[in-house]
Design a binder for this molecule. Structure first.
Ligand code: ZN
Length: 483
C-alpha cells in the first residue's frame, strides 16, 4: 500500500494522507495547517491530485488540523462520501462553521487594511465560506462504529477507539492481504474525559502520530491537585480568574473539574462564566454522545445531572453580554477562547484585567512561543492587545500536565498491541521523532519517518536510519499542536 503525506509529515499540523488502494485513492483526514504564516501558506497549495478522483475521505477526528481543508477539497470538485464517527460529524459542523467565519472575518480585515494602501487587489480571498462548509457537511457519512468493518470500494475499514477527543478513531485499513493502521491522534490514557484507546489488532504497518514521543506526562492526579491549589490561591487574590481554553475537550474537562472541586468544597463557589459560543455548542455533542465518556461522567449524564455545569455557571452568548462582563465586580472565573489568546473574546478580558495584580491567568494548554500566551509565559512585562500596550501585573500560572495526546508509554503500549508492525512516524517534530527511533529499534521494530509529500510503500520502503532523504535540519525548536 502506497502512502503520500500532504500534511503532518515532519510537522504536527495539516494532517492529510493519501492512500493508494486497489480500488482507487482514499484520503485520510484533510486538515488545516496552523501555527504561523509559513505553515499556513501551505493551505493555499493545490492538492497534487484531482479531488474528483478520490473514492472517499476517511476522518479520524474533528480537530481543525484534521478536517480544516475539507471544504477546499469540496470547492475543488470532490463529491464523494466523507466517513467518520457520529460524534465527529457533530463536532465537525461546529468546527468548520467557526473556521469559515474566521476565514471570512480575516479576509475582510485584510481588505480594510489593504484599501488604505491601495493594495486591495493583492488580498487573497477567504479559503472558503459558510456555503462551502454546508456543501461539505452534506457529504458526511457518520457510519463509523468502533470495531465494525465498513467496505469502502475494495478497502475494508475498521475504526477503533483512539481516546483523544470525543469520537476520535484510529483506522485499520485492509486491502487484499495487507493490513495497515493509521493512528490519527491517540489519546493520553489519563485524559480525564475519554476512555482509553482500544488495543489495536495486529497489523503489517502502523502509521502513528508522535507528538509527545519523547516525553512522559505528569500523572493526572498531580495535575488536578495543581489546578485545585492554583484556583484556591487565585480566589484569595480576589480578582478575575481568566482561563483561556480550546472549545473542544479542554473546556468540557475544565468545566467538569470545576464542578467536582466546588461540589467537594475544595474551591469556593464563585461565579463561572463560559464566554465561548463555540464551546457551548461543542458541549451539546458531549451530552449527546455521553456514553463514550469515562464512567463517572457517563453515569452523571445517565442520572440526569449535567457534569459540565458547575452550580454557578453562566453561559455568555452575545458579544454585548461578553463586553458587559468587563463591568462585573467581584471574583469570577471566565473561560473564553481562543486557547492561545491570539484572537477571540479572551482578548478583551485580558485587556481589561491583565494590568491588575489581583487578576489570575491560568494557562491549561500548550502555547506556541510566538503566540500571545507564549509571550506571557516567557515573562513579558507588557503585551500589545487589540492595539493597546498593556502592563502585565496579573499572576500567571501555567499548568502543563493536561494533554489529549499519547506520551511515549502510551505510544509503546499501542504499538505492542499491534504485534511487530513496520512503524511509520507522522504528526511530530523531526527532533522528537528522531529521539523515538532508537526506542523503537530497541524493541526490534523497523521504524521510519514519513517524508513530507513523498510517496512510500508502507510495507517495503525503508530509509537508512529511519530518516528520509532531504529532511530539513533540526532547528532545535519543538512545536506542539494546539492541544
Ligand atoms: Zn487532534
Amino acid at each position: 500500500m502506497h502512502l503520500q503525506s500532504l500534511g503532518a509529515a515532519l510537522t504536527v499540523t495539516g494532517s492529510a494522507h493519501l492512500l493508494e488502494t486497489r480500488g482507487g485513492p482514499v484520503l485520510i483526514d484533510c486538515g488545516m495547517f496552523q501555527g504561523g504564516d509559513e505553515l499556513e501558506a501551505r493551505n493555499r497549495e493545490p492538492f497534487p491530485f484531482d479531488p474528483a478522483d478520490l473514492q472517499a475521505v476517511l476522518l479520524t477526528h474533528a480537530h481543525l488540523d484534521h478536517i480544516g481543508r475539507l471544504p477546499l477539497l469540496v470547492r475543488q470538485g470532490f463529491r464523494g462520501p466523507v466517513y467518520c464517527t457520529p460524534p465527529t460529524a457533530a463536532l465537525a459542523e461546529t468546527v468548520l462553521l467557526d473556521s469559515a467565519r474566521l476565514q471570512v472575518e480575516g479576509y475582510r480585515q485584510d481588505l480594510r487594511r489593504a484599501r488604505r494602501t491601495g493594495r486591495e487587489d493583492e488580498v487573497p480571498g477567504p479559503l472558503y465560506d459558510e456555503e462551502d462548509v454546508h456543501r461539505t457537511l452534506a457529504l458526511l457519512r457518520p457510519a463509523f462504529e468502533f470495531g465494525e468493518t465498513l467496505k469502502v470500494g475494495r478497502l475494508r475499514v475498521t475504526p477503533g477507539r483512539a481516546g483523544h477527543i470525543l469520537g476520535s478513531a484510529y483506522l485499520l485499513l485492509e486491502d487484499g492481504d495487507a493490513r495497515v493502521i493509521l493512528s490519527g491522534d491517540l489519546g493520553n490514557r489519563e485524559s480525564g474525559l475519554q476512555l482509553d484507546f482500544a488495543p489495536p489488532p495486529h497489523a503489517d504497518a502502523v502509521v502513528t502520530e508522535s507528538t509527545y514521543a519523547d516525553h512522559r506526562h505528569r500523572s493526572l492526579q498531580g495535575t488536578l491537585a495543581e489546578l485545585r491549589d492554583t484556583l484556591r490561591q487565585s480566589v484569595r487574590a480576589g480578582g478575575k480568574i481568566l482561563i483561556p481554553s480550546f472549545a473542544i475537550e479542554r473546556t468540557q474537562f475544565i468545566l467538569s473539574e470545576l464542578r467536582n472541586l466546588m461540589e467537594a468544597g475544595e474551591v469556593p463557589r464563585i461565579p463561572v462564566f463560559l464566554d465561548s459560543p463555540m464551546a457551548s455548542r461543542a458541549t451539546h455533542a458531549y451530552f449527546e454522545f455521553g456514553d463514550e465518556l469515562i464512567p463517572p461522567v457517563r453515569e452523571a449524564l445517565q442520572r440526569g445531572d449535567d457534569p459540565f455545569r458547575p452550580s454557578t455557571l453562566h453561559t455568555v452568548l452575545t458579544g454585548e453580554e461578553s463586553q458587559r462582563l468587563n463591568r462585573y465586580d467581584g471574583p469570577a472565573i471566565i473561560l473564553a477562547g481562543n486557547g492561545m489568546m491570539t484572537g477571540g473574546r479572551i482578548q478583551h478580558h485580558l485587556k481589561h484585567h491583565l494590568w491588575k495584580p489581583s487578576t489570575s491567568l491560568i494557562i491549561v494548554s500548550y502555547q506556541s512561543p510566538s503566540s500571545l500566551g507564549g509571550r506571557l509565559i516567557a515573562g513579558a512585562d507588557t503585551v500589545r492587545i487589540m492595539g493597546e500596550e498593556i502592563a502585565v501585573r496579573a499572576q500567571i500560572h501555567t499548568i502543563g500536565g493536561f494533554s489529549a495526546h499519547a506520551d511515549q508509554d502510551d505510544l509503546l503500549a499501542f504499538l505492542d498491541a499491534a504485534g511487530q508492525p513496520r512503524v511509520w512516524l507522522v504528526h511530530g517534530e523531526p527532533e522528537v521523532m528522531e529521539a523515538f527511533l532508537p526506542v523503537l529499534e530497541a524493541r526490534g521494530l523497523s521504524a521510519n519517518l514519513v517524508p513530507d509529500r513523498g510517496r512510500v510503500d508502507l510495507l517495503t520502503t525503508a530509509f537508512p536510519g529511519g530518516r528520509p532523504p532531504g529532511i530539513p535540519g533540526s532547528d532545535g525548536r519543538v512545536r506542539r499542536p494546539e492541544e
